[in-house]
Design a binder for this molecule. Sequence first.
Ligand code: HEC
Length: 158
Amino acid sequence: MNSSNSNLASLTGSLSPRGRGLTLLFLTLCACEPAPTFPADYPKSFAEVRNCRSSSEHDSHNIRILASPSALAPYQNRDAGFPVGATLLKEERDFGDVSCSGPVLLWTSMTLQADGGWHWQSVSPERRVLTTNEGRCIGCHAGCGQSPDGYEGTCAVP
Ligand code: HEC
């Protein structure tokens, strides 16, 4: 038995079978990777708010920007705050893919949290969360996300 198993045994040994089950479930869930904040079938519900173009600030990838249903009106009209859960998503493609018709290389996303801050992710084509709340996302968007060009942390100029 390796040490993590024996720790587990001593941790769960004193619990009732039900408590043991719950503890194992909890440990299993904790071992999971964080999930992307956008659904796999986002093309069904998210709307394009910026069509295919090059983004010098995002590694010169060709990008499209999409908004979740609750992010759409605040992002486009800029007359109300974003609600909790509002998500903006960037599809990033190779810099040679000027029509954004090829595979997505990377997703970057921002989702408004209950504390009023954005949760930042970069996500692989296999939907693995590669990074969360990277300093460079937060730092750059804090600057470009200000009016009149930006809006509440979002940086695309309308
Ligand atoms: C060097 C500056 C810079 C860095 C670093 C950066 N961004 Fe951006 N980001 C921008 C700019 C500028 C735009 C809008 C223009 C464009 O699309 O190129 C943008 C657009 C976005 C959008 C679309 C919504 C919008 O209008 O802002 C998302 C989502 C996003 N970035 C997420 C991220 C994440 C996640 C990271 C870190 C992994 C990140 N960004 C790092 C500058 C940056």
